[in-house]
Ligand binder design. Structure first.
Ligand code: TRP
Ligand code: ZN
Length: 865
C-alpha cells in the first residue's frame, strides 16, 4: 500500500527561472532502443538561484561546461533532476544522453508508433528526451539535427524551417530544422519514418507562401484531404476574424495511431491522433468530419494563443486552452450552423463539465494547486475556460472584446503570460474593472441562478428578481458572487418581442453581479404580460432555476425566438418528465408534452433538420444524474426509455417519411448534407426505440441500404440493444467489412461497450483486436462503457465497476495518463444509491492500495477524499 502523500505544486510558489537559454542545438541519432540525444545550450544567469535541469529515465553519457568535461563531483543527478553546483554567469552546456523510445509505453517524450518515431512533450514529456528546464516560461530558439536509417526513416521532421539534408554514411541520412521563434520545450516535436504525404499550399494575407503537408500511413494520403481543407479554412478564418497570420514557410501535420489525446499544437509540426486526421466518404461519419475540422482548427489557432503567447506556468493552462476552445467553437459556428453548434457545445459542457464541477474532482478554471499536471487537462479548464471568454464577450460587448484581443496579441506576443495579463487587455479596451469577473477563474462549482417574476398589470411593469448561489466544492466551502451576464428578451407570444423601455428590440443583457438583484422593466401601454426568455444562447455557464409549470414551459417554448432556448425549454420539460416517470413507474408519459415535442420536430424537419435531430435527443443519463442524489442510473435509464418510446410512437409516420426519402448523394461532408443525415440517424434511433418485433428487420434492411457510415453506424448502434438474429448478423457483417480499418473498428467496439452489460465490456476487452498499447482502442471499450453507459457501469451488482477497475490497473503501469483519465469515470460514485455506491468505493479503495502511478493516485485520492 502506498503511504507517501502526493506533493502538491502551488501557484503561490511560482518563481522565475534564474537562467535564460537563448539557443539550443539538439542532435538526435535515432535508433528505436537507443537514441542518442546531444544538446548544446547557451545559458545566461538572470537572477539568483541554482542551475537545475529536469530529466527522467535518461542515461547520461557525458556532460561538458564550456567545453570541459565535468567531474562527477561537479553535479548531482537524481531520478528527475540534474543540478550543477557551480556555474559561471554565462556558459555553454553540452549534454549527451541515451533514451529508449521503444520502451516508452506512456507515450510521453520520444516514442514509437506504427514503426515511426514521434514525440509528445506537453506538458512534461521533454524531460524524457534530454536534460532541460522543462517549464513553459523558459523559451529558447531550437535548432535540430537528426540522423536515422535512410530506408526505415526516409522522412525526418521537426519544428520550424527545414535546413540542410544529406547522407550520413552507413545507410543513414540526416536533416536539420531551425525554428526562429523562441518556444518552451513542451512545443518541441520530432517525427521520423516512412509516410505518405498530402500536400497543398497557402498564401497568407500578407502574401507569404506556406507549404502545407499532412503525413499519414502509407497508402492513406487521400484520406488526409479533409484535414487539409480544414487547415486552409482555419488559416483563412484566423486572418479574417482575428487578423492573425501564419508565421513560417512550412506547416506540417503528422497522424499517429497511438496518442493519448486528440492532437498537439507543436510549433509548425502538429501531431494528431489519426482519428482526427483520416477521413473518407465511405468510412467516416459526419461527426468525424466535424471533429477533424474543429480539432485541426483548434491546434492551428494555438499558433497564436498558446505558442506565440504561451503560459507562464501550468496553472495558466486555461489561458491557452479555454481561449483556443473558444476560438475553435467560433470557427465551427462560422462554418456551420451557429445555434446547432451552440447546442452541441452546451450538451458537452453540461454532461462533462457540470458533472466535474459537482463532484469530488471539482477545481477552478485556474486552480491554485495540482498534484499531477497531466490531470489538469480537464473539461473545466477547456470547456468552462471557453465559456468564461464567451461570457466576457457578452459582458463587455464584441467591440471591446475584439479590441482587447488585439491589445493582447500586440502586448504579449513572444511572452509567457498569465490570466491577469490577459484580463488587463480587456480592462484597457472596456475601461472597466474586471477584478470581480476574475473570481470566475478561482471559484469552482456551477453557479445556480434563481429567477422570479412579478407582473404588475396596472403599471405594466415586470419585476425580474435574480439571485445566485454557488454550491460548496472540495476545499472551497465559501463562495462569493460572480458577475453573470444573462442575455434576456421579453417575448410577446406571437413570435416576436415585447416593447420594453430601455431595451433594444425587446432584448438586453442583465448582469447579476451580487447575490440578489432586481430589474424592473416597463412595457408599453396596453401590453400583455410578456414571457421571459433568459440566458439566451446560454450566455453564462450557470444552472437556471425557474418555478414554471409544464404549461408555462410549453407556452414559453412556443413563444421563443432564440433557437438555443427553444431546445433548452424542451430539455427542461423532458428532464422533469423523466424524473416524474422515475417516481411514478406505473404512469404513462405525458401525452401533451410528447405531442408538443413531436410537433416541434415536425416543424423544423424540413427547414432545419440538424436542429430537429437535436430536439429528439433527450437529456443523457450523465446530465440527469446531476439532478438527484442518491441516484439510480438504471432507473433513470428506464424512465428515459419510456419517454423516448412515446416520442418514437408519436413520430412513427414522420420517421417513415424521412427514411423513405433517399439519402443525399454523392456524399459531401457539408453542413447541409450532415443536417439531413443527422435527422435520418435520429429517425433510425427512434425506430429502434419503438422496440417492436419488426423494428429489427426494418433496421437490418436500413443497414443494408445505408449509403454512408453515418447511417450504417446509426443502424448498428440502434440494433445493438435489440437481441436477436438481425442484430448478430449486422454486428458480424460490420466487423467483416471493416476489420482492416482500425478507426471504424474502434466505433464497432464503442457502440457495443456503450450499450452492453459489464459482461459485454469484459468480453470486448478480451477480443483479439483489443489492444492495450493503443489508447483509441482502450477508450473504445473502457471509456465508451464507463463514460457513456452509466446504467450498466453503475449497475447494482458492482460488475461494471470491477471490470473497469481491472482494465485500469492493467493500463496504469503502461500508460498512467490514460489510466488516470479512465479513473475519472468514478467521480460520481458518492451520488449513487447505496449498493452501487459501496461497490464503486470498494474498487477505488482496492486501487488506492495498489502500487499505482502518481497520476492515478492523484485521481483516486481526490475521488475518495
Ligand atoms: N495541448 C493539446 C491541445 O489541447 C492537448 C494536450 C495536452 C495533449 N497534453 C497532451 C495532447 C498530451 C497529447 C498528449 O490541443
Ligand atoms: Zn488545446
Amino acid at each position: 500500500m502506498r503511504t507517501d502523500t502526493p506533493v502538491l505544486t502551488k501557484l503561490d510558489n511560482y518563481t522565475p527561472y534564474p537562467f535564460e537559454i537563448d539557443q539550443v542545438h539538439l542532435d538526435f541519432s535515432l535508433e528505436p532502443t537507443a537514441t542518442r540525444v546531444r544538446a548544446k545550450m547557451q545559458v545566461r544567469r538572470v537572477s539568483d538561484g541554482a542551475f537545475v535541469l529536469d530529466g527522467q529515465k535518461l542515461k547520461l553519457n557525458s556532460i561538458k561546461l564550456d567545453g570541459t568535461p565535468l567531474a562527477e563531483s561537479d553535479y548531482v543527478v537524481t531520478d528527475d533532476t540534474l543540478t550543477i553546483t557551480k556555474v559561471p554567469s554565462k556558459f555553454v552546456l553540452e549534454t549527451d544522453v541515451t533514451i529508449d523510445p521503444s520502451s516508452n509505453t506512456a507515450l510521453s517524450g520520444l516514442y514509437i508508433s506504427g514503426g515511426r518515431f514521434c514525440s509528445q512533450c506537453e506538458a512534461t514529456g521533454f524531460r524524457n528526451i534530454t536534460y532541460w528546464p522543462d517549464r513553459p516560461d523558459v523559451m529558447s530558439r531550437f535548432h535540430v539535427r537528426m540522423d536515422a536509417d535512410k530506408a526505415a526513416y526516409p522522412i525526418l521532421l521537426s519544428n520550424g524551417t527545414p535546413g540542410d539534408t544529406g547522407d550520413a554514411g552507413n545507410g543513414r541520412h540526416f536533416a536539420e530544422w531551425d525554428d526562429p521563434h523562441p518556444k518552451p520545450s513542451y512545443l518541441f516535436a520530432l517525427c521520423a519514418g516512412d509516410y505518405d504525404v498530402w500536400r497543398d499550399d497557402f498564401t497568407t494575407m500578407n502574401g507569404d507562401h506556406v507549404d502545407l503537408g499532412v503525413y499519414v500511413d502509407k497508402g492513406q494520403a487521400e484520406r488526409a484531404k479533409w484535414a487539409m481543407e480544414s487547415l486552409k479554412a482555419s488559416m483563412k478564418w484566423d486572418e479574417k476574424r482575428f487578423g492573425r497570420c501564419y508565421d513560417l514557410g512550412v506547416f506540417n501535420i503528422v497522424a499517429v495511431r497511438d496518442f493519448n489525446f486528440g492532437a498537439m499544437e507543436n510549433k509548425g509540426l502538429n501531431i494528431f491522433n489519426s482519428a482526427y486526421v483520416l477521413a473518407d466518404p465511405d468510412s467516416a461519419t459526419d461527426a468525424d468530419f466535424e471533429a477533424i475540422e474543429s480539432i485541426v482548427g483548434h491546434e492551428y489557432f494555438h499558433n497564436w494563443t498558446g505558442n506565440r503567447i504561451t503560459c507562464r506556468d501550468w496553472f495558466q493552462l486555461c489561458l491557452k486552452e479555454g481561449l483556443t476552445v473558444f476560438r475553435d467553437q467560433e470557427f465551427s459556428s462560422d462554418l456551420r450552423s451557429r445555434p446547432v453548434q451552440r447546442i452541441k457545445d452546451v450538451m458537452r459542457l453540461r454532461s462533462r463539465q457540470f458533472a466535474e464541477d459537482g463532484g469530488p474532482l471539482a477545481h477552478p478554471v485556474r486552480p491554485d494547486t495540482y498534484g499531477s499536471i497531466d490531470n489538469l487537462y480537464t473539461a473545466t479548464v477547456y470547456e468552462k475556460g471557453s465559456e468564461l471568454i464567451r461570457a466576457l464577450t457578452v459582458l463587455i460587448g464584441d467591440e471591446a472584446f475584439n479590441k482587447g484581443m488585439q491589445i493582447y496579441f500586440d502586448e504579449f506576443d513572444g511572452t509567457a503570460s498569465t490570466i491577469e495579463d490577459f484580463y488587463s487587455c480587456f480592462e484597457k479596451s472596456s475601461g472597466r474593472d474586471l477584478s470581480q469577473y476574475r473570481r470566475w477563474y478561482s471559484q469552482a462549482g456551477t453557479p445556480e441562478v434563481t429567477v422570479k417574476e412579478d407582473w404588475d398589470e396596472a403599471a405594466k411593469t415586470l419585476t425580474i428578481s435574480l439571485s445566485q448561489k454557488t454550491p460548496p466544492t472540495p476545499r472551497q466551502s465559501e463562495k462569493k458572487p460572480v458577475p453573470i451576464p444573462l442575455r434576456t428578451a421579453l417575448l410577446d407570444g406571437k413570435g416576436g418581442h415585447a416593447d420594453a423601455e430601455g431595451w433594444t428590440d425587446g432584448e438586453t443583457v442583465l448582469v447579476l453581479d451580487s447575490e440578489h438583484k432586481t430589474f424592473k422593466v416597463k412595457l408599453a401601454e396596453g401590453a400583455d404580460r410578456p414571457l421571459l426568455s433568459i440566458n439566451r444562447q446560454f450566455s453564462a455557464p450557470v444552472r437556471v432555476r425557474r418555478d414554471l409549470s409544464t404549461e408555462a414551459l410549453l407556452e414559453l417554448a412556443a413563444a421563443e425566438t432564440d433557437p438555443f432556448n427553444t431546445w433548452d425549454s424542451f430539455q427542461t420539460l423532458a428532464r422533469t418528465e423523466i424524473f416524474r416517470l422515475l417516481d411514478e413507474p406505473q404512469s404513462p408519459p405525458d401525452s401533451e408534452l410528447v405531442e408538443a415535442l413531436a410537433d416541434a420536430v415536425r416543424h423544423y424537419r424540413s427547414d432545419d433538420p440538424a436542429f430537429a435531430a437535436l430536439l429528439t435527443a433527450l437529456p443523457d443519463i450523465g446530465e440527469l444524474f446531476q439532478h438527484r442524489e442518491p441516484v439510480d442510473p438504471a432507473g433513470l435509464d428506464d424512465a428515459r426509455k419510456r419517454l423516448r418510446k412515446a416520442l418514437a410512437e408519436n413520430l412513427k409516420n414522420d420517421a417513415e417519411a424521412v427514411l423513405s426519402e433517399p439519402s443525399p448523394t454523392p456524399f459531401k461532408p457539408s453542413p447541409e448534407q450532415a443536417g439531413t443525415r443527422a435527422l435520418r440517424s435520429a429517425m433510425i434511433g427512434l425506430t429502434g426505440a419503438l422496440a417492436t418485433s419488426d423494428a429489427a428487420d426494418r433496421l437490418k434492411a436500413l443497414y443494408e441500404a445505408a449509403p454512408n457510415m453515418t447511417e450504417s453506424l446509426a443502424c448498428l448502434r440502434t440494433l445493438v440493444p435489440l437481441p436477436g438474429a438481425q442484430r448478430d448478423a449486422v454486428i458480424n457483417d460490420f466487423y467483416e467489412k471493416w476489420k482492416d480499418n482500425a478507426l471504424v473498428i474502434d466505433k464497432w467496439f464503442a457502440v457495443q461497450a456503450g450499450q452492453g452489460t459489464a459482461d459485454d465490456a469484459k468480453r470486448l476487452s478480451e477480443h483479439p483486436d483489443y489492444d492495450l498499447s493503443n489508447p483509441n482502442r482502450v477508450r473504445s471499450v473502457a471509456a465508451a462503457f464507463a463514460m457513456t453507459n452509466l446504467a450498466a457501469f453503475h449497475a447494482r451488482d458492482g460488475k461494471g465497476h470491477r471490470v473497469v477497475g481491472e482494465i485500469i490497473s492493467k493500463i496504469d503501469n503502461r500508460n498512467p495518463a490514460l489510466a488516470a483519465r479512465l479513473l475519472t469515470s468514478f467521480e460520481q460514485w458518492s451520488k449513487l444509491e447505496p449498493t452501487a455506491k459501496a461497490s464503486a468505493k470498494k474498487v477505488l479503495e482496492d486501487l488506492r492500495d495498489q502500487d499505482l502511478s502518481k497520476n492515478a493516485q492523484d485521481i483516486v485520492a481526490r475521488a475518495l477524499e
